[in-house]
Design a protein around this ligand. Structure first.
Ligand code: ADP
Length: 367
């Protein structure tokens, strides 16, 4: 997971236009302006509080404790991901542009037949960039990002999770345009969650589906309680187990985008990006070889491999490194990667991959 994903859920990040607090964190602010900065900071905090108060007044029928909690997290997590941070995945980026970014930026153009979808599923092996894509879609569309881990709904928030879900959707509507990112959707809308004796998980699943349908009704202009404009809220869900998602729920994800393991050119782009700021001696041929050697590695395997390899020049020095200057450390070489590959292996095997491809052929959206 990206470093920004705190274990707390739901996490929301305010990724709409620059928040005032962010400007204040700018290191270029002169030190001498200390008092002024403090005053500005306080003013910005008050502004944010005022805005939160407005939001809380706007939403109805939800437990305000949860709504507040969601809003507080929303201002804390301000980590942004941009398209350019993500290696490859061009097709997924294009689909997200069409599904989220353009409709959110130009709602006037996306009405009637062009009405945007209210749900999109990203599926594929773990560590392929699904979370990054969701975060980037929020950044690039200037929307508020709400992130929720399904497992925390069924564990940490057990018993209260329905209230949390209701609050989440209402806050997202009030802060629209918003993206509600649900990771591990298979555990929330799974084939088995909802059957049998587990009343709580059935109620939670129903609540989620009800809140979600209300969004599409509002988007279609069929519900117009407060003369609100059509809601610009999208449920973006991710799963490593798409076959475990309930059929009815699956159908409601109009777009189902396969996020495969990275192709050779994507691996090359990813390694190039990772090596950008580390002195290294890798030639073009070395890079090609590295790309060939890492067939089957996911994006997150590649990041872990590069991080481990980068330690070798220092690791082999032991305590001697304490007395060396940075320029005296030898550059990273292909051999370092080869050594690290003994420990860092691809996390998805061939059979696992075939299962994804088969599901993508049957249920994935093409193009
Ligand atoms: P997923 O949600 O598919 O499990 P993530 O988006 O959480 O995967 O990615 C995990 C980590 O792997 C990221 O924080 C990043 O370091 C790395 N990563 C994965 N895919 C890519 C990619 N396409 N480009 C750059 N980094 C990636």
């Amino acid at each position: 997971n990206p470093p920004s994903s705190t274990s707390y859920s739901p996490v929301a990040s305010e990724s709409s236009l620059q928040s005032p607090t962010r400007a204040i964190k700018n290191p270029k602010v002169p030190v001498a302006a200390g008092d002024e900065t403090k005053a500005e900071e306080e003013a910005a905090e008050n502004l944010e509080e005022d805005e939160d108060e407005k939001i809380l007044k706007k939403i109805k029928g939800v437990d305000l404790k949860f709504a507040k909690n969601i809003l507080v997290e929303s201002s804390r997590d301000q980590d942004k991901v941009f398209w350019s941070d993500i290696a490859g995945l061009e097709q997924a980026k294009e689909t997200l542009m069409e599904t989220v970014v353009y409709p959110f930026l130009r709602p006037d153009l996306f009405r009637g037949l062009r009405e945007p979808v209210s749900g999109m599923l990203l599926f594929g092996p773990p560590g392929t960039g699904k979370t990054m894509l969701a975060r980037a879609a929020a950044t690039e569309s200037n929307s508020t990002f709400f992130s929720i881990q399904s497992s925390s709904l069924t564990s940490k928030w057990y018993g209260e999770s329905e209230k949390l879900v209701r609050a989440l959707f209402q806050v997202a509507k009030a802060k629209a345009p918003s993206i509600i990112f649900v990771d591990e959707i298979d555990s929330l809308l799974g084939k088995r969650s909802g059957d049998g004796d587990d009343d709580t998980s059935r109620r939670l699943k129903n609540e989620f589906l009800v809140q979600w349908s209300d969004l599409s009704k509002a988007a279609a202009g069929r519900v117009d309680d407060d003369n609100d404009p059509p809601s610009r809220v999208l449920v973006l869900a991710a799963t490593n187990l798409p076959w475990a998602v309930d059929e009815a729920a699956r159908r409601r994800f109009v777009r189902r985008q396969y996020i495969p393991l990275p192709e050779p050119e994507t691996r090359l782009a990813h390694f190039t990006k990772l090596l950008m700021n580390t002195p290294n001696s890798l030639t073009e041929e070395d890079m090609q070889q590295l790309v060939e050697l890492t067939e089957g590695y996911s994006g997150s395997d590649i990041t872990s491999l590069a991080k481990d390899a980068a330690i070798w020049p220092i690791r082999e020095l032991g305590s001697k490194m304490l007395n060396l200057k940075e320029v005296e450390i030898r550059p990273l070489c292909l051999g370092d990667f080869e050594r690290s590959m003994k420990n860092i292996r691809p996390s998805v095997n061939k059979e696992g991959l075939e299962k994804f491809e088969e599901w993508a052929r049957e249920f994935g959206s093409s193009g």
